[in-house]
Ligand binder design. Structure first.
Ligand SMILES: Nc1ncnc2c1ncn2[C@@H]1O[C@H](COP(=O)(O)OP(=O)(O)O)[C@@H](O)[C@H]1O
Ligand SMILES: [Mg+2]
Length: 371
């Protein structure tokens, strides 16, 4: 057994996903156990305050949140070990993505900030912890994101032209099966733009629901064509990449700026328009980056939004399937990826793909906090 734990909590700020993975067979990781621990309400509120009102964040808030998150991640690991009936001493390392509170890869001094103190995790679990995965790629001139494509390649690349689509708060694609002029495998990938984030923001603001379960509200609405046109003209969508984005760009402020010119909108029509925008931006990225794709393999919470998935499928000619059909449940792909990235760091192997992030070369990602 070669056991690692991956921890992921994304821009949706819904839960800490934890995955216990066996990497004895390098080519086919075995997901032994996985569970999601929802954030305690108070912690979730603090995270959202810092993300949504960064100018109100002060050093004391940031310091305290870093520690509180460290404890929450450590608790998630302990809960996973208990369910799985595995001892901490059997785990080689934890890979913790951390909670992104700010991602500014295109600023003059590019950075990406993830909170969740790794010393606290190592101390309270007695397991070596790998954290801070994005900084080294940024230091090498990359976007620091997306980082999951190297894992998608390791797991899902068969040579067929296919796309792995992760619909978290932000959506990202990995394009597999392409070759460069020299005939070498060429993996590309981008953040396509919003995944669930705009849908969630509108749902929370207008309907006081965390998300549009199964897309049932959006399905009842009608797309508002002028609003769709205005939203889809955002410059991010026409940029070619490497590119990555976050909630600092696609958020309620961004939406409200556009809504000012559109009075009296019904919530269901707004959700239908946002679902269409999300589907369009994903499908356009796939058509541009992977015109020959045979198959889109979907993971992330957005797969449960059947309205969104139907809109994506209706804009593409190829198959749209769950990663589950290819051996990994869609809810645990990202957490499994961070277990894999931890192993890459421990094994001194690169974790980024320069063709995806724009970094000047492959780099070993992460910092190790010994047990
Ligand atoms: N049954 C469902 N119907 C619609 N959307 C869902 C459902 N379950 C999860 N989601 C969406 O998935 C999101 C969480 O996805 P996740 O992959 O965890 O994103 P992140 O990586 O940003 O945390 C939720 O905020 C919600 O928008
Ligand atoms: Mg999540």
């Amino acid at each position: 057994m070669s056991l690692y734990i991956g921890l992921m909590s994304g821009t949706s700020v819904d839960a800490i996903d934890a995955a216990l993975v066996n990497f004895s067979d390098d080519h086919s990781p075995e997901l032994l156990h996985a569970q999601a621990t929802p954030f305690p309400e108070e912690l979730r509120a603090s995270i959202l305050t810092i993300i949504q009102e960064p100018s109100c964040a002060n050093l004391d808030m940031l310091g305290a949140l870093d520690i509180a998150l460290g404890h929450a991640y450590a608790d998630a690991v302990k809960a996973l070990l208990e369910t799985a009936e595995v001892e901490a001493s059997e785990i080689v390392a934890i890979g913790n993505h951390g909670q992104t509170v700010r991602h500014q890869p295109d600023s003059e001094l590019p950075f990406s900030t993830q909170l969740g103190d790794a010393s606290i995790i190592a101390e309270h679990t007695s397991i070596a912890t790998v954290a801070d995965f994005r900084s080294r790629d940024l230091a090498a001139g990359g976007q620091g994101a997306p980082l999951v494509p190297a894992f998608h390649q390791a797991l899902f690349d068969t040579g067929e032209s296919r796309v792995v689509l992760n619909i978290g708060g932000i959506a990202n694609i990995t394009v597999l099966g392409q070759r460069d002029e020299g005939g070498e495998a060429l993996i590309t990938g981008v953040d396509t733009g919003p995944g669930n984030t705009l849908l969630d923001a509108a749902c929370q603001h207008y309907l006081e629901e965390n998300y549009d379960a199964n897309g049932d509200h959006a399905r009842q609405g009608t797309v508002i064509a002028p609003l769709f046109k205005a939203l889809s003209s955002d410059d991010y969508f026409s940029r070619s990449g490497p590119k990555s984005t976050g909630r600092e760009h696609f958020n309620l402020h961004w939406l409200n700026d556009h809504l000012r010119e559109h009075d009296d909108i019904e919530a269901v029509d707004l959700l239908a328009t946002l679902s269409e925008l999300t589907a369009w931006s994903i499908a356009e990225s796939i058509r541009n980056k992977a015109p020959d794709t045979q198959r889109v393999m979907v993971c992330g919470g957005g797969i449960h939004n059947t309205d969104l998935i139907q809109r994506i499928q209706s804009r593409l000619d190829c198959l749209v399937v769950s990663t589950e059909q290819h051996g990994l449940h869609p809810d645990w792909v990202e957490a499994t990826a961070f277990a894999w990235l931890a192993k890459r760091c421990i094994d001194r192997q690169p974790g980024n793909l320069p063709s995806v992030t724009g970094a000047i070369g492959p780099r070993i990602l992460g910092a190790i906090y010994p047990a």
